[in-house]
Design a protein around this ligand. Structure first.
Ligand code: FES
Length: 223
């Protein structure tokens, strides 16, 4: 029996306030790999989780933060800000937010102003287990125990436990970029030596090159 549109929406929508969104927000969610945030004050990472545009970063103490991506002042992406001295500083007017989402500096306000104390961005807890950063996006009072999965407790140098999650994450993130790169290389190429490194095959949609058909199969990298 086919599902109605309403039933499908109930099952697949995970924004805040939706049934599935609230359910998922009761669990730790694998958000990214630890190595994507390799050290204190490293570059932040944009990530979309359960319909929310977020920014993962690591402050000067090495603590992980996951906050909303866009500045509450004028909506600029904090991804372009500066990760410095325990916070992300917005590139537009310099408001600065720590890993708890608290505004800790507001250069445009006089020293005696307490306006910054009233400003916050959404922030979620993020912890590291087994080379993976796990986010909890639900109410603090319902926070479940940290994910103590067997593979996540193995020593760092044991590579086996990472393979499944790593492959899925890297493939997902690189897929779009890889497709774009393949098309670019294909259009720019003047020979048939195009290699597709991600997909098994891909169809070239560029114009005919040197009289060849515009549709041909791109061979696998290892073929
Ligand atoms: S837009 Fe971020 S501080 Fe103004």
């Amino acid at each position: 029996m086919a599902l109605t549109q309403t039933q499908q929406q109930t099952l697949i929508e995970t924004d805040r306030g939706t049934p599935m969104g609230e359910l998922f927000r009761r669990y730790w969610i694998p958000a990214m790999l630890s190595r994507e945030l390799p050290g204190p004050d490293c570059d932040p990472v944009q990530i979309k989780l359960l319909g929310e545009e977020l920014l993962g970063f690591r402050d000067s103490n090495g603590d992980f933060g996951l906050i909303q991506e866009f500045c509450p002042h004028r909506g600029v992406s904090l991804f372009y800000g500066r990760n410095e001295e325990c916070g992300i500083r917005c590139a537009y007017h310099g408001w600065k937010f720590d890993i708890n989402g608290k505004c800790v500096d507001m250069p445009s306000e006089p020293d005696e102003s307490n306006f910054k104390d009233k400003v916050r961005v959404a922030a979620y807890k993020m912890i590291e287990r087994g080379g993976v950063l796990w986010a909890y996006m639900g109410p603090p009072e319902f926070e479940p125990p940290a994910p103590e999965l067997e593979w996540a407790l193995l020593p760092k140098r044991t590579a086996m436990y990472r393979s499944a999650f790593k492959s899925a994450t890297i493939y997902k993130r690189s897929k779009a970029a890889s497709t774009r790169a393949t098309s670019r290389r294909c259009i720019a190429s003047t020979s048939m030596t195009i290699r597709c490194t991600k997909a098994r095959t891909a169809t070239c949609t560029s114009k005919p090159i040197r009289g060849r058909s515009s549709k041909f199969r791109i061979p696998r990298a290892d073929s």
